[in-house]
Write a protein that binds this ligand. Structure first.
Ligand code: 4AZ
Length: 245
C-alpha cells in the first residue's frame, strides 16, 4: 500500500495473507497475496495469485507477518477455483478472481473472533466518488518488498468512463473491473496487495466491493489501481460456494 497507515487490531478482520511454497517441499511459506474471508471456509482472492503446484495456506487474525501472534489462525487451502474466463494480457487482467476452499470440519474452518470475521458481499453498485478502504502487506513507497505490518488507505471509486479515457487506461477496461484511487497519485495498492480487499460502507456495513488486481505501477498520476468488480461475480461466487459447501 502506497500512502497508507498502520491498521489497528481488529479493524479489518476479513483480511487474510495468502502464502505459498513449492508442493511437498521443506521450504517456508511466504506471503504472495492478500485475500478476503467471506465465509468460515471460503476466501476470495485474485485469479493471478494462484500458481500451479504450490501448497497454499492462509493466515488471518494478525497484523504482523513476522511476529508470532496467539490470535493468528493458520489454515490450509484444500482447493483453489480460478474463474473459467480469467485472462492476463500484457496490459490488463480480466476476470481476476478465485475462491479458496479452506480445510476444516463440519463446515467450520476459520473461527470467528474479535480479530477474524467474514466480510459481506455487496448487493448493489456504489456511486462514483465514494470513499472506500484498501489494505495489504504489499509494496510501499519505501519498500518494494512490502511491510510486516498490515497497512490501509482510503481511495475513491472512479467512473468507468473516466478510467477508460486514453490518458488513464483506455479501451482495455471491461465490466469485470473498475478503477479506484486518486488521479493525482500517491495513494494506491501495489504488488503484494493483490487479491486483498477494497471495502466500502453500504448501509453502514463494510462490503467487499473490489479485489486488488492490477495497475500501471503504483501511486502514479492518472494511473489508479484497478480492482476486480465483485458485483459482476456474485452469481459465480454463489454457484461455486454452494456446489461444494
Ligand atoms: C501488482 O503488480 C500490482 N497500483 C498490484 C496493484 C497495482 C499495481 C500492480 C495497483 O500486483
Amino acid at each position: 500500500i502506497f500512502g497508507g497507515l498502520k491498521v489497528s487490531p481488529g479493524a479489518i478482520p476479513w483480511q487474510v495473507s495468502l502464502q505459498q511454497k513449492p508442493k511437498n517441499s521443506n521450504m517456508k511459506y511466504s506471503h504472495v497475496c492478500g485475500g478476503v474471508l467471506i465465509a468460515s471456509c471460503w476466501v476470495l482472492t485474485a485469479g493471478h495469485c494462484i500458481e500451479t503446484n504450490k501448497d497454499m495456506r492462509v493466515v488471518m487474525g494478525t497484523l504482523s507477518l513476522n511476529t508470532p501472534d496467539p490470535s493468528a489462525q493458520i489454515i490450509a487451502v484444500d482447493n483453489a477455483i480460478v474463474h473459467e474466463n480469467y485472462r492476463e494480457t500484457s496490459v490488463a487482467v480480466y476476470n481476476d478472481i478465485a475462491l479458496l476452499r479452506l480445510r476444516g470440519r463440519d463446515g467450520v474452518c476459520a473461527n470467528e473472533t474479535q480479530f477474524v470475521k467474514t466480510a459481506c458481499l455487496p448487493s448493489a453498485q456504489l456511486s462514483d466518488g465514494k470513499q472506500c478502504t484498501i489494505s495489504g502487506w504489499g509494496a510501499t513507497e519505501d519498500s518494494n518488498y512490502g511491510t510486516n505490518h498490515l497497512l490501509e488507505a482510503n481511495v475513491l471509486l472512479i467512473s468507468q468512463t473516466k478510467c477508460s479515457e486514453p490518458s488513464v487506461y483506455g479501451k482495455v477496461m471491461d465490466s469485470s473491473m473498475f478503477c479506484a484511487g486518486h488521479l493525482q497519485g500517491g495513494v494506491d495498492s501495489c504488488q503484494g496487495d493483490s487479491g486483498g480487499p477494497l471495502t466500502c460502507k453500504q448501509n453502514n456495513t463494510s462490503v467487499v466491493y473490489g479485489l486488488v488486481s492490477w495497475g500501471d505501477q503504483c501511486g502514479r498520476k492518472n494511473k489508479p489501481g484497478v480492482y476486480t468488480r465483485v458485483t459482476h461475480f456474485l452469481n459465480w461466487i454463489k454457484a461455486k460456494t454452494q456446489a461444494l459447501s
